[in-house]
Design a protein around this ligand. Structure first.
Ligand code: ADP
Ligand code: MG
Length: 613
């Protein structure tokens, strides 16, 4: 009886107390000391600070202190700042679309206040005296005047003192210190015009002053240690976005991915897609398992960036992720190889004006910035037609022929005369070379075709058409196969199963993370079905990470898996048919990953090479 009444009582629905809500939210926003550092510094930046001093003790479990010379908080608003969803930064929903300040949820201070002992002192220029507030476990202990300079200092002590589970969840001190330092570096990179100092566990890790107001100098000071080497500047202005990056030379790389800092509109973000684009731009210049060091700054119309995806705002959603990926990739690739940029480039001199952009000016410009729609479609077309990305991090099959990423140069007529002018009646098959390249003669031209890349292109376009028409041809398996998958793989299968069925896979769930595969697309019927299915899902996963749309990722993977490989021998008839079909493709010059499908070398070019002309 007694038990029952207790239970009944427990099930009673009541609003949570504000203190409890804050404590719960803290679990989301304030995962670890590094998050406290980030939230406090972002508040300082939003307050227009020109200098910020950070001190961390015991990797943040004892103290995270942030001092700024920003606008401060009005005395009567001090307590409100610590109440939930109180923010001075947005007032209506439309503001969310044009977000340029760091904070906007009004969650950080109440969350931090609820899981620590927090002292804040603050003074605005308008008041004579400052104020001090002390909060312990979400309860305001005292608010009183204090004699302090303009600006704000927040000291967060004993983080998670009242949430032992959270505290236990923290990693080793050295690991937490790494997270903290990474955030401190990122914040200092993101605001080059602000002076920063950072001291952790008794060591002063950096102090950036007026010498480091330019992004390149700041990046060098923060990222390159004692290296004398300058970072390589990559600049590309396009209607979609402005890109500015400083990257290490291929000789100066790291074994982990953490040394590349990516920013969108000055906000430090995690972006597998942009990381990929940069790495991919290095291409074969980057030894396997190595990653570049550097900083990537993207300025994108805020309306195209959705930052409200995750409470810590580290993840953003981009409405044109794919194009952005491609622009970054192209710019990095061309710069590292000394090729001219596709877009107008500008050389920034040491004292150029744009280097000295204040945060306010950058915000003003970004606000004023609106990509012309028409230009945008042009760019989209450019990229759709002349896609030149490849992923050499992908498994065998993709990188078959070579790891090198050579961009097709449609503009260069000596190498690739318009195929339309080719007279296919004059086509003579000369044979194959290295069991990969098919050699043809056409009039005065020598044509070399990469058989895998060519077949991939043909299949890719066929598959896309099949998807559009929904008319796949399947081959039933004699013995349906059960495939066990990891939970993540299963998720991916769930997500892509519709598309997989439009191209001819017949799959049914079998319970748990198991599926039964009973038919495969006819083009794949000669290969081991489970392996094929598994590798397609794996490719799709990687391609999606690289920003591909699902249906293109599936088509690309299928095309690659089904295409003839290096080593497959073709008869003369098959070779000719392949080349003819290739020429009928919409985008014949490159395979779906952007490698050239064929090269056309003219007699004239050979004569020049042999010194006859
Ligand atoms: P948000 O940053 O999302 O608005 P916070 O909880 O981080 O929410 O901060 C609440 C409010 O407190 C801010 O909107 C701002 O007005 C004020 N504030 C916080 N930190 C500072 C600071 N360092 N300087 C000036 N004002 C601050
Ligand atoms: Mg904030």
């Amino acid at each position: 009886m007694n038990n029952r009444s207790v239970n009944k009582n427990k099930r009673w629905i009541r609003p949570l107390t504000e203190r409890l809500i804050n404590k719960i939210a803290a679990g989301e926003v304030i995962e670890r000391p590094a998050a406290v550092l980030k939230e406090l510094v972002e508040n300082s930046l939003d307050a227009g600070a020109s200098r910020i001093d950070i001190i961390v003790e015991k990797s943040g479990t004892k103290l995270v202190s942030v001092l700024d010379d920003g606008c401060g908080i009005n005395p009567e608003q001090l307590e409100i700042a610590f109440s939930r969803h109180a923010t001075s930064k947005i007032s209506d929903f439309n503001d969310l679309d044009n977000l340029l300040s760091y904070g906007f949820r009004g969650e950080a201070l109440p969350s931090i206040g609820s899981v620590s002992r927090t002292r804040m002192v603050t003074k605005t220029a308008e008041t004579d005296s400052g104020m001090e507030i002390f909060i312990e476990g979400g309860v305001v202990q005292s608010v009183k005047p204090a004699a302090v300079p303009n600006g704000t200092k927040v000291e967060v002590s004993d983080l998670f003192f009242n949430t032992p589970a959270r505290r236990k969840f923290l990693k080793a001190e050295s690991t937490e210190a790494r997270y903290l330092t990474r955030n401190a570096i990122a914040l200092a990179l993101g605001a080059p015009d602000v002076r920063f100092s950072y001291k952790i566990n008794g060591r002063k890790l950096f102090a950036l002053d007026d010498q480091h107001r330019e992004l390149n100098k700041r990046a060098k000071a923060l990222l390159m240690g004692n290296s004398k080497e300058d970072l390589i500047e990559v600049i590309s202005d396009s209607p979609i976005m402005n890109l500015r990056a400083y990257l290490s030379s291929p000789e100066n790389v790291r074994q982990n991915q953490n040394s590349l800092y990516v920013f969108i509109n000055r906000r430090f973000i995690k972006s597998p897609s942009i990381n990929h684009a940069v790495r991919f731009g290095y291409g074969e210049l980057l030894p396997k398992g190595n990653y570049p060091i550097g900083v990537v700054f993207l300025e994108i119309n805020p309306g195209h960036v959705d930052v409200n995806v995750h409470p810590t705002k580290a993840e953003v959603r981009l409405s044109q992720e794919r194009q952005i990926h491609d622009i970054v990739y192209q710019a990095v690739k061309r710069t590292l190889r000394g090729e001219p940029s596709l877009f107008q480039t500008r050389v920034i001199s040491e004292d150029s004006e744009s280097e000295r952009l204040t945060a306010a000016e950058a915000i003003r410009r970004a606000r004023a910035y609106k990509p012309p729609d028409q230009a945008q479609t042009e760019i989209k077309e450019l990229y759709d037609n002349k896609k030149t990305e490849t992923d050499n991090s992908r498994k065998e099959g993709f990188g078959q022929s070579t790891n090198k990423t050579i961009s097709p140069k449609p503009a260069d007529d000596t190498l690739q005369p318009p195929a339309e002018k080719m007279d296919l009646n004059r086509l003579i098959y000369l044979g194959s070379f290295a069991e990969l390249y098919l050699l043809f003669k056409e009039g005065d031209n020598l044509i070399l075709v990469d058989q895998h890349a060519a077949h991939e292109r043909i299949l890719f376009e066929e598959i896309i058409k099949t998807m559009e028409r929904g008319a796949a041809v399947s081959q039933n398996l004699l013995f349906p196969v059960n495939i066990d998958m990891s939970p993540e793989r299963y998720e991916l299968y769930e997500e892509s199963k519709k598309i997989l069925s439009t191209i001819g896979f017949v799959v049914e769930p079998f319970g748990g993370n198991t599926i039964i595969l009973s038919a495969v697309p006819i083009s794949l019927s000669k290969k081991s079905p489970e392996k094929m299915f598994d590798s397609i899902l794996e490719d799709v996963e990687n391609l999606q990470k690289a920003g591909y749309e699902l249906h293109k990722a599936v088509a690309e993977s299928m095309a690659c898996r089904a295409a003839i490989m290096a080593g497959d021998r073709l008869t003369e008839e098959e070779a000719k048919r392949l080349f003819r079909q290739l020429l009928k493709s919409e985008n014949k010059h490159c395979c779906p990953h952007g490698r050239p499908t064929f090269l056309n070398i003219s007699r004239y070019e050979l004569d020049v090479k042999f010194g006859r002309k």
